[in-house]
Design a protein around this ligand. Structure first.
Ligand code: NAD
Length: 260
């Protein structure tokens, strides 16, 4: 059911978002990209996806902290590729500090990027999806949408928020052909967690590789990272017709993290 559909994946210039973009492209889906990257990196990503999967791509560099830029990204993506059938709210940032010292601007930025932007893209995408009576919205939350860790108050608040947004919006369109779900990964080895690994390497005077194992051992019982490829497969499944009755769900892929 996917060939010819149009997907917009926020934060798709690296990590999980880029992997999801390639997976959906491999199913014949035209790809709207977003995220920060140098122009030559964007060109290389677009060329690779277009050449390998023979689909169209479009890039919009909206800073998702800024509401008007989110609106323009939605409008320009639809103009370039057609109305958005699949929306993956993936962009996210992290900042680690205890609440008493947490910079207030940083808190607001995390809520804006990790939560408010997903509300805005959903608001702008839903009318297009309702017109076709088909749509898929997948919000990349986190295990931190379900449980907390210390020194991540803004991230945990935003991720719990996006799980709530997922459930509330899924209910509003439950009778239609649109599904809205959240995915909650455990540790995935991307740029987002490099700082956290490096901090442990510095703290315990161990190698980056050993620090990676230490990070996994603290929370993820499998002591194996989730791969971006595995997440791409889960998201592709959630876009399929087989998943049409999965509505408002939170899918964990966390090596056992939240079973403890
Ligand atoms: P990443 O840093 O590799 O990718 C983040 C993407 O978001 C990049 O494309 C970046 O340019 C983009 N981005 C950041 N700020 C932006 C802004 N203001 N406007 C537009 N784009 C912006 O990280 P990742 O690990 O691939 O993270 C993707 C999502 O997965 C995030 O929502 C993150 O919270 C979530 N997640 C990651 C992990 C993990 O262990 N890596 C675990 C659970 C959830």
């Amino acid at each position: 059911n996917l060939p010819g559909k149009v997907a917009l994946i926020t934060g798709s210039t690296s990590g999980i978002g880029l992997s999801v973009a390639k997976k959906l492209a491999s199913q014949g889906v035209h790809i709207g990209l977003n995220g920060f990257a140098k122009p030559e990196e964007v060109t290389a990503i677009r060329r690779e996806i277009e050449d390998q999967y023979k689909v169209k791509t479009f890039y919009h560099g909206a800073d998702l902290k800024e509401g008007p830029q989110v609106k323009s990204m939605m409008q320009e993506t639809s103009k370039a590729l057609g109305s958005v059938d699949i929306l993956v709210n993936n962009a996210g940032i992290q900042y680690i500090e205890q609440a008493v010292n947490f910079p207030e601007q940083k808190f607001n930025d995390i809520i804006a990027i990790n939560l408010t932007a997903a509300f805005l893209t959903t608001k702008y995408a839903l009318p297009q999806m309702l017109d076709k009576n088909w749509g898929r919205i997948i919000n990349i939350a986190s295990v931190h949408g379900l449980v907390a860790s210390v020194n991540k108050c803004a991230y945990v608040a935003a991720k719990h928020g996006i799980v709530g947004l997922t459930k509330a919006t899924a209910l509003e369109v439950a009778k239609t052909g649109i599904t809205i779900n959240a995915v909650c990964p455990g540790w995935v080895m991307t740029k987002l967690i490099e700082i956290q690994i490096q901090q442990r390497a510095d703290q315990y005077k161990i190698s980056f590789e050993d620090a990676q194992i230490k990070l996994l051992e603290e929370k993820q019982p499998s002591v194996t990272p989730v791969s971006t490829d595995q997440l791409g497969d889960l998201i592709t499944f959630l876009c399929s017709n087989s998943a049409s009755q999965i509505k408002g769900s939170t899918y964990t892929m966390d090596g056992g993290w939240t079973s403890q």
